[in-house]
Design a protein around this ligand. Structure first.
Ligand SMILES: Nc1ncnc2c1ncn2[C@@H]1O[C@H](COP(=O)(O)OP(=O)(O)OP(=O)(O)O)[C@@H](O)[C@H]1O
Length: 576
């Protein structure tokens, strides 16, 4: 609730108008039956047509004002809630941007999407009700109750008697619906997660003819969601008719006793009509409030899920007081680095690794799959922080820099070329916002992308669909390389980024890169010995340990693991 009010109170002016509209609306709603009672008891009983006419006109005026008030109530409440939910989403997005891989992995990307979309929506729905019915109903109820007691205390007893029963029912329903709501949101997370996986892995599913299996998997989570929703609906389905039943019982008792009182001359007809109207407002506002109250557990679950994201402290913290960038440009040093993934401290995937890389140098990493190559290079842009030891860039610990400054030094090309919806040019400008067409052409040329770009009907304006699915794996890799090259970074990190290229393109690209990166430090992770054999320094990893450092020639003689990898890929002559 705190989160909801914190955001709602940002719009104090709108809230004030919302409040005024509520107040006006109630005055009018309760004013009409009072005037009607006066019209019947004084106008009709005394045959005073002038009085009846005046009261009639007053009722029309009041009704028109009532309509205006109810429209403005809707207007102000929807203004507040839509702005509020937009602000929550913006803040969630900004917060999620500060997360490191650890938070993404522990909360789950699908859950983050549900929290930003559906949970925020649940809050909007609830606040919309609070700002209309939630504000209005307690006031309407209080004022109706006052009018009820004032008009006829003996009949008012029935209303007062029914209240504890209603209150108990509302509390019980809210209590039972809270765990159901929490389950429902978690089930929605699961639906999103399966859906995401299925849609992005459509080709694999089809290739393995696993549509039926996936359908079952989806049906299972969908059914779980349906079951939790059904339980909630059942609860409400029992609650509403129950309330109506009680409501009608009270009404019958009042009309019954009211007619007896009219018969004995204790009550006038108009007063009973007004009285019934007050009771209708009192009980109806109570029921509306109960409905809003019953929505609270669900909104509260959503608010807690959102608050959990806001409260989450990212593992990788920026250093806003980060040091000035030193003069040196692109020196990288690992000093006794050990790293274990968060939650797996007992089994480090990098153990006591030390090496240096200097500008103009190409340092390559090779090793069997899972040996820790990608993990190791991800420590440089601080996607993760070391568990022990230090990673230094230009002589300073990477944790001493502002994250932005550190990452601006680096051109990172991930294992899976991640491109964005938009044109080729827009994707390349991701590396350098103000890149000129000449810079773009040059970067594409270095990345060996010019040929295929020029063959596209729209050239640099060719549109990439979601995830770049209308481009081949090798084309995507080259665009990802061009995106990094365009910023002319001090440190290049290629994480197995040549794997989808044919040997000829791979060789041409590396030759061009070598010429262009004479002042940069180039770090390459590769599976192919051919890709890295000309590197100045090759680091061989085996299950997180460095088992060899040297040039291709040196390692062939000194490192049996490297020799085995090379022997499995190169010819006799190349090995000799
Ligand atoms: N996010 C993660 N959480 C926990 N363990 C992880 C995570 N990512 C990787 N690992 C584990 O860390 C080890 C090293 O993985 P890494 O991706 O660095 O290997 P790699 O040498 O790059 O492999 P490949 O050549 O297959 O890409 C593996 O055992 C892997 O299972």
């Amino acid at each position: 609730m705190k989160l909801m009010w914190r955001y709602t109170l940002r719009y104090k002016k709108l809230l004030f108008f919302d409040f005024i509209s509520v107040f006006g609306f109630i005055l009018i709603e309760l004013g009409l039956p009072t005037i009607l009672a006066m019209m019947i008891d004084q106008g009709i009983s005394n045959q005073d047509f002038d009085y009846i006419k005046r009261m009639g006109i007053l009722m029309v005026v009041i009704t028109v004002i009532g309509i205006i008030m109810s429209i403005s109530l809707r207007y102000f409440s929807s203004q507040i809630t839509s702005r509020m939910v937009a602000a929550i989403r913006d803040d969630l997005y900004a917060k999620v941007q500060t997360f490191s891989h650890t938070e993404y992995e522990s909360i789950g990307v699908s859950s983050l999407i549900t929290r930003t979309t559906n949970d925020a929506y649940q809050i909007m729905l609830f606040m919309q009700n609070i700002l209309t019915a939630g504000f209005m109903t307690p006031m309407m109820f209080g004022m109706s109750l006052y009018l009820i007691i004032r008009t006829s205390p003996s009949l008012g007893i029935y209303v007062l008697g029914s209240l504890p029963v209603l209150l108990l029912a509302v509390i019980l329903i809210a209590k039972y619906s809270e765990p159901l709501s929490s389950k429902q949101q978690k089930n929605l997370d699961n639906i999103n997660s399966i859906l995401r996986e299925n849609l992005s892995g459509l080709r694999v599913i089809r290739a393995f003819v696993n549509e039926k299996f996936e359908e079952m998997r989806f049906r299972k989570v969908n059914n779980a969601y349906t079951d939790s929703s059904k339980s909630l609906f059942h609860l409400m389905a029992v609650a509403q008719p129950g309330f109506f039943f009680l409501f009608n019982v009270v009404m019958v008792l009042i009309i019954w006793n009211g007619t007896i009182q009219i018969d004995s001359g204790q009550l006038e007809v108009g007063t009973l009509i007004a009285f019934i109207e007050y009771i209708f407002h009192a009980l109806f506002s109570f029921m509306m409030f109960a409905t809003v109250f019953m929505m609270y557990p669900r909104a509260n679950v959503s608010a807690l899920r959102i608050q959990e994201v806001f409260d989450r402290d990212p593992e990788i913290k920026d250093n806003p007081e980060g040091i000035e960038m030193p003069e040196q440009k692109g020196y990288v040093e690992f000093k006794n680095v050990t790293f274990a993934y968060p939650g797996h401290s007992e089994s480090p995937v990098i153990r006591n690794v030390s090496f240096t890389a200097s500008p103009g140098e190409t340092v390559a990493f090779i090793g069997s799959t899972g040996s820790g190559k990608s993990t190791l290079i991800q420590l440089i842009p601080r996607f993760y922080d070391v568990t022990e030891g230090q990673v230094l860039v230009d002589g300073e610990d990477v944790r001493a820099y502002k994250l932005k400054d550190l990452r601006e030094k680096i051109g990172y090309i991930p294992q899976k070329a991640q491109l964005f919806t938009g044109t080729i040019a827009e994707n390349m400008r991701y590396g350098k916002e103000d890149a000129t067409p000449a810079e773009m052409r040059e970067a594409a040329d270095i990345a060996q992308a010019t040929d295929f770009i020029s063959q596209k009907p729209d050239g640099y304006d060719e549109i990439l669909s979601e995830g770049g699915s209308n481009f081949s794996g090798g084309q995507k890799q080259r665009l990802a390389i061009a995106r990094a090259v365009i910023r002319r970074p001090e440190i290049y990190i290629f994480d197995d980024s040549f794997s989808a290229l044919d040997y000829q393109t791979d060789a041409k690209l590396r030759a061009r890169l070598k010429k262009e990166t004479t002042k940069s430090t180039v770090m390459i992770v590769a599976q192919r010995v051919g890709t890295i054999m000309h590197a100045d320094k090759i680091i061989v990893l085996n299950e997180g340990d460095v088992v060899g450092i040297g040039t291709h020639r040196e390692l062939l003689e000194t490192c049996p693991i490297y020799y085995d990898i090379a022997a499995s890929q190169l010819s006799e002559e190349e090995l000799a």
